[in-house]
Design a protein around this ligand. Structure first.
Ligand SMILES: [Fe+2]
Ligand SMILES: [Fe+2]
Length: 182
């Protein structure tokens, strides 16, 4: 099921962001930057998977939810903008000569911004899981159930291939981050 594959990616992204926040809390700015970059490499790859494999499929089916592809795309843009903003702030913070209290205050300000990103991401992911992916899985499950031959069998095969492609693409990205973080 697509929803399970994508949900797993959402969880792995959350874990990478958590590691960044742990480093930030410990004032380890260089490590915080590395984990934020890891998070974003994976976040970008995740969005690309959705944009190139899932959104086109979702655009083809008859929707039952009110959100179309353009809303998901806009949310991806917003996630990118917020990330840029946070990465800039962290770079700035890592270059300053500040006392402990100033550092703590800047960390609090950054965590507030990060809360906005986390909130946006959570809503976006929830929408993807509860609406878009659920609808896509329902459509394909129906096709797979009755697919003995002909066009439906062909589409059922494409659906399986789609899941496999998504899994493989993600596995490569995650492996590249794991390699560099050892
Ligand atoms: Fe997304
Ligand atoms: Fe997603």
């Amino acid at each position: 099921m697509l929803v399970e594959i994508i949900k797993q990616q959402h969880l792995e992204l959350r874990e990478l962001f958590m590691r960044h926040q742990e480093m930030l809390l410990q004032m380890q700015f260089e490590d915080a930057k590395i984990w934020l970059e890891h998070f974003y490499v994976c976040q970008k790859a995740h969005m690309k998977i959705e944009e190139s494999y899932i959104f086109p499929e979702f655009a083809k089916i008859e929707r039952t939810s009110k959100w179309d592809v353009s809303l998901y795309e806009k949310e991806h843009d917003k996630i990118n903008q917020l990330y840029e903003n946070i990465a800039n702030d962290l770079n700035w913070l890592s270059e300053q000569k500040l006392d402990q209290s100033q550092k703590r205050r800047n960390i609090i300000a950054l965590l507030d911004k990060e809360k906005t990103l986390k909130g946006l991401n959570e809503h976006h992911e929830e929408r993807e899981e509860e609406a878009m992916l659920k609808e896509l899985d329902d459509v394909y499950m129906n096709i797979c159930d009755g697919a003995d031959s002909g066009t439906e069998a062909e589409r059922a095969k494409e659906y399986k291939q789609l899941q496999l492609d998504i899994k493989l693409t993600w596995a490569e990205v995650i492996a590249s981050v794991r390699e560099t973080s050892i």
